[in-house]
Write a protein that binds this ligand. Sequence first.
Ligand SMILES: *Cc1c(COP(=O)(O)O)cnc(C)c1O
Length: 399
Amino acid sequence: MRRQIVRMEYMKGAVLMSLSFYRFNSSHTQSPLNAANLVIEKTTNPKPKLPKDELVFGKTFTDHMLEIEWDAKTGWGKPKISPYHNLSLDPSTVVFHYAFELFEGMKAYKDKSGSIRTFRGDKNMERMNKSAERIALPQFSGEELQKLIDQLLILDKEFVPDGQGYSLYIRPTLIGTTASLGVSTPDKALLFVIASPVGPYYSSGFKPVSLEATDYAVRAWPGGVGDKKLGANYAPCVLPQLQASKRGFHQNLWLFGDEGYITEVGTMNVFFVFQDPSTGKKELVTAPLDGTILEGVTRDSILELARDRLPNDEWVVSERKFTIHEVKDAAEKGNLVEAFGAGTAAVVSPIKNIGFRGEDIPVPVSLGNSGELTSQVAEWIRKIQYGEEDYKNWSRVAK
Ligand SMILES: *Cc1c(COP(=O)(O)O)cnc(C)c1O
């Protein structure tokens, strides 16, 4: 008992010390992230480019990567683009022990004129800063990082495959690099960006997925960090996915609480369409951002486009809590219209059925492989991503 108290006091001291250490340092001038300081070291050994039909998600990478070191005393260092390489870190580095890691997922698209475009990267930067703040890693100017990513894209332009559905997946990552087993605020960090050419998620039209409504494992909870893109959120979801897959389902439909609230599907947000028999209106529904839902850029884009473009007299667009029981009930009464997952990798992923406690809830796919709104939304977003249509500066040309 006594030993424990002493230990607690000691720990409190350590926390206080690390807090004051941090404050002391932040009163010194820390350099902000500045894209103008970029140093480029080009590869002398360019990689051969894979034929488009051999691209596998996240397996091959472009010639270069971007790195920026951060130090609590001096702030952000000189951004550097150099040939893709291994990292060398001390085995005690905090990222390996306490998961000081967060990431983003965004894509670059080649438009008809050959320019490289990113889609709503400002939203990714905003989210990345929120993730960083939550695990005491340093924040940065999103616009400066976007400028640096643009430079990486220009340098590795040849790796961006052209054609519908083809893109370059971009993975900005931030890790704590303090070499110490102490659990405290990292005083060193590394921000790096790598990029992988990818083919269409669906090579020949949509393939609707079957889901297992999962209530024996929980992805996120109130007061937790499920609304942040922290690496630590993802490893624990692989085993339930494997279990669902053994039972013949593609993905988990993550439920929360005794009520059976529907939250997300796999690593995507999820949308359902219900028909209200009393008004005849259709309702597009997704879960609200209550801290258990990842703030998807695709989710946000779909909501905004749907509110802007679906006729008000036929549609209602809702962010509200809804349950698996409501879905089951609507399906039984013929009021379930369609459902789809939404995220950067696939844009939309149509759903064809949901297994729930041994029962099967069929989800209509009126066009054969997807519902009508699912396919409409995919087309709206594709046109903006590939620069075929301008919408609110959502598409940025790298220059
Ligand atoms: C990344 C992610 C999404 C989708 O976000 P986008 O910004 O649309 O790609 C949804 N849910 C989870 C859990 C995610 O990690």
